[in-house]
Write a protein that binds this ligand. Structure first.
Ligand code: FAD
Length: 300
């Protein structure tokens, strides 16, 4: 069972659910009838439960809907992509059912055995979960997306008590950008403390636009106020695995590496030849980024 979010993260959870086996039901919380029908069209999906609400509060609402759906028709596994909403909802619903969620699953080895990273990705744990209902979050970069069509899932309504979702939704804000979403972009150009200020990130934006990519950042760059928090890549930021990751003025601390080391090709630009980022790079350029980035951009 997987929930449906924007940015097609849920398509990866459907793939993970398929690796476990059994029937796959998608719980669509809020959203229009069209959204629910789209869930049913995802390859491998057998049924969609549509929990309609006018009071969508994110994780709290999803958790309440999960509990109602499970009470009506019990599931063996309840899972979601490890998106912000999934990381919020799954532990809430698991706690309500006295279960221990397994977070950030990167491999399904069986119906009760899962692999997940530990210590900022420096170790992999094989976890055997003995709960009657297994609650999982799935790392989206570790699973291919299920095809958006080919499924024939019927849609059924599921009622749930909106009172259970006690917090009040105030507002949501998101930056408007024509660039692809950082978590799913095939090219990511990230800047670190070496960028020196936010104004200099414009260089990276120009390069990213030429390559059709997204802009990311290290936590040091975010903490210094160069760029907003949503651009942070790493252990406490977003986990990305693009085809091309370019790290500019980033030293390569383990907390940063844990968010990008699965990228297919890693390019680093750093003036310090001893910078740890070069140990994970496929291509490294030792030099001043303020010379290298404009030169690179001119050549793209
Ligand atoms: P620095 O380490 O200061 O590196 C800057 C680099 O820029 C240096 O290598 C320098 O040689 C280079 N440079 C400077 N000027 C130039 C120039 N002109 N040309 C070329 N190169 C230049 N960090 C994350 O990124 N993401 C996380 O999610 C994250 N989570 C964390 C969680 C915890 C619990 C903790 C303790 C830390 C976390 N960190 C995270 C912080 C992490 O430990 C590092 O402090 C951070 O990644 C460093 O960012 P940086 O590489 O930009 O800065």
């Amino acid at each position: 069972m997987a929930d449906f979010y924007r940015f097609s993260f849920t398509f990866t959870a459907v793939t993970a659910a398929g690796a476990i086996g059994g029937d796959i039901t998608v719980l669509c919380v809020g959203g229009s009838d069209d959204a629910a029908n789209s869930c049913g069209a995802v390859a491998g999906v057998g049924k969609v439960l549509h929990a309609k609400t006018d009071n969508y509060n994110g994780g709290e609402t999803i958790s309440a809907a999960i509990q109602a759906a499970h009470a009506a028709s019990p599931f063996t596994h309840i899972m979601s992509a490890a998106s912000n909403q999934g990381k919020n909802a799954i532990p809430r619903a698991a706690a309500a059912l006295n279960a221990s969620p397994v977070a950030d699953v990167i491999e399904v080895q069986g119906e009760d055995t899962f692999v997940r990273p530990m210590y900022a990705g420096n170790a992999l744990a094989k976890v055997q979960n003995s709960d009657a209902v297994k609650f999982l979050t799935i790392r989206p970069t570790a699973f291919d997306k299920a095809a958006a069509d080919g499924g024939s899932g019927s849609v059924e309504a599921v009622a749930f008590s909106e009172d259970a979702a006690s917090p009040t939704f105030v507002s949501a804000s998101e930056s408007n950008s024509d660039r692809p979403d950082l978590s799913s972009a095939s090219v990511v150009i990230s800047g670190g403390r070496g960028m020196k200020n936010g104004e200099n990130f414009k260089m990276l934006e120009t390069l990213a636009d030429k390559l059709g990519g997204a802009v990311g950042a290290s936590r040091a760059a975010v903490d210094a106020g160069y760029v907003p928090n949503e651009l942070q890549v790493g252990q406490t930021g977003k986990v990305v695995a693009p085809d091309l990751y370019v790290a500019v003025g980033i030293s390569g601390a383990i907390q940063h590496l844990s968010g990008m080391k699965d990228s297919k090709t890693i390019v680093a630009i750093n003036k310090d030849k001893e910078a740890p980022i070069f140990q994970v790079s496929d291509y490294g350029l030792v030099g001043d980024l303020f010379d290298a980035v404009p030169e690179l951009e001119a050549k793209v």
